[in-house]
Design a protein around this ligand. Structure first.
Ligand SMILES: Cc1cc2nc3c(=O)[nH]c(=O)nc-3n(C[C@H](O)[C@H](O)[C@H](O)COP(=O)(O)O)c2cc1C
Length: 359
């Protein structure tokens, strides 16, 4: 009798992968074409964090991954509608000038709209589209017409149900441990969002929707992968772990900071972009929080971009947005993405064996 490999879930067939592992699209640069291709070659689904890229750069990136012989490649766009701020941005500008005295202004140019990015990714041969921070409705028709799976991230049951009603084929259940922006569709008037932990969220979303669920938030190794499968997820989406990969376009000081972080350290702040996101506290966050001013999402991200660009150029972890989940301490030191993936899978198989659930 053939025994089913517990790591080859039905989601793998849907995404065209050997393994149930998705590299989170990480806006702001980390998901280089090299990293996306390496994850695809290792058997997972690599995803470009496309928000902030030009349509041309995304097209080039997806084309490069396909030209490297990798068929599973996705692009992720952030869909949160603009929100008003509570100030005029004057204090943010002063704070940014103090943080980045070496930068006068960033080159002008407006970032591409989500629909343009999705069209570019589809044209270049993407095999899936993923969305975060909002109802997938605005891109659902284009993705369906292209015949691709639409993966939508949700941080609570109601948002997962809404995403499926809008056409999502797969839900990423994002627990409160996750690094980066909170994917709640609505943010409270006070700027806060409810935080439901991965262990509590995943089975509730699995029970609520009739599409495959991917677990995200605090999953850093084979133990987390097996735990996610036990909760009913068919795969995992990882951000923080792959930040330390050699191929991730992340300043070395940022990688070291993630690996050296402690469980209690990360904070949720809206001061960097105008929407709540989890990261490690540093001078950038403290200075912007102290400025107490915000022009809302995504305008705040535009206003603070010069400081973050200066920090990245200087490899200064105090001036970049150190988005990271609560389990960064498990990331380990820098190594090739393929090695990270191999260790993840080997440990998962070991845990499955110990549980008596191996193939
Ligand atoms: C540096 C960083 C950037 C991120 N950018 C995005 C993004 O652009 N789009 C998105 O849907 N999720 C983004 N996320 C969130 C991930 O999709 C995912 O929910 C999260 O990384 C999972 O938790 P983990 O970091 O503990 O693995 C980002 C996460 C990190 C750490």
């Amino acid at each position: 009798m053939m025994v089913r490999d517990p790591l080859h879930t039905p989601l793998c067939a849907q995404l065209g992968t050997r393994l149930p592992v998705v590299l989170a699209g990480m806006a702001g640069g980390p998901t280089s074409a090299e990293l996306v291709a390496a994850i695809g070659r290792a058997g997972g689904l690599g995803t470009f964090g496309a928000t902030g890229m030009s349509a041309e750069a995304l097209h080039d990136g997806v084309s490069a991954v396909r030209a490297a012989g990798v068929e599973a490649v996705a692009a992720n766009v952030l869909l949160a509608p603009p929100t008003p701020g509570r100030g005029d941005g004057a204090a943010v500008k002063v704070a940014v000038a103090a943080l980045a005295p070496e930068v006068d202004a960033l080159p002008a140019g407006s970032p591409a709209e989500p629909a343009e990015l999705v069209a570019a990714a589809i044209d270049a041969g993407a095999s899936a589209i993923s969305v975060g921070l909002g109802d997938p409705a605005p891109v659902a028709d284009a993705v369906r017409e292209a015949g691709l799976p639409l993966i939508a991230m949700a941080a609570c049951v109601a948002d997962a149900e809404r995403a499926v009603a809008s056409g999502a084929d797969v839900i990423v259940a994002q627990g409160g441990e996750a690094g980066g922006h909170r994917s709640n569709f609505e943010v409270g008037d006070d700027g806060t969002v409810p935080l439901v932990g991965t262990l509590a969220l995943v089975p509730q979303i699995v029970d609520a929707v009739d599409v495959p669920v991917i677990a995200a938030g605090g999953i850093m190794d084979g133990r987390g992968l097996v735990a996610a499968l036990a909760l009913g997820a068919q795969g995992v989406q990882l951000g923080t772990l792959f930040l330390v990969a050699d191929e991730a376009a992340v300043p070395p000081s940022y990688k070291r900071r993630v690996a050296a972080s402690r469980d209690v350290e990360s904070v949720i702040t809206a001061a960097v972009s105008g929407r709540p996101a989890r990261g490690l506290p540093n001078t950038l966050v403290r200075t912007l929080e102290a400025a107490g001013d915000s022009v809302g999402w995504p305008a705040q991200a535009g206003l603070t971009a010069a400081a973050r660009a200066a920090g990245a150029a200087a490899d200064d972890a105090e001036r970049v947005a150190l988005w990271s989940g609560q389990a960064g301490a498990l990331a380990g030191t820098g190594r090739p993405a393929a090695e990270i993936m191999d260790a993840l899978i080997a440990q998962a198989r070991g845990v499955l064996g110990e549980l008596g659930a191996g193939p």
